[in-house]
Design a protein around this ligand. Sequence first.
Ligand code: ADP
Length: 167
Amino acid sequence: MAVAIYPGSFDPVTRGHLDIIKRAARIYDRLIVAVLINSAKRPLFTIEERVALLTECCKNIPNVTVQSFDGLTVDFARKCHATVMVRGLRAVTDFENEIQLAQTNHALMPGIETTFLATSIKWSYLSSTIVKEAARYGSDISKFVTPNVEKAIWDKIAALRAAGKEP
Ligand code: ADP
């Protein structure tokens, strides 16, 4: 049975991430979406919120589960008995960092392979950062994220502003 993990910050999950999840779930028997606890310095969403949003988005894909993890991705992969890491490649700008990560992970754990899925053209410009930036200025973000994520973003921004914090 081929178990794959799809690691990332998912702060928050976008339609680009979901495209990769759906496609990877068709390739591997089991896909674990692995949400990194301490990756971004100042994430908009807590780890519990990021996991909950992803879980809601993936609830209709039977072979996908969502888990959080801390520390090295290869250690988490080992714990899950995963042999594959899935990453999405958007543009050449992703390549340099991704190849370095894949080679480092392979050096740390020779049993793990990284597979890259080319982003659908539809989502190649999209990132969680862009969604958050657009939302800060009140733009329509419904194209980029699912309705539950959109609502969570508006609620979070409103809560932060109500507390006198700039999101
Ligand atoms: P990280 O913090 O590791 O960059 P992200 O949560 O931003 O994690 O992304 C996780 C993975 O999803 C990465 O492999 C990234 O390249 C991929 N990804 C991000 N945005 C998109 C997108 N729009 N389409 C396809 N893949 C994407």
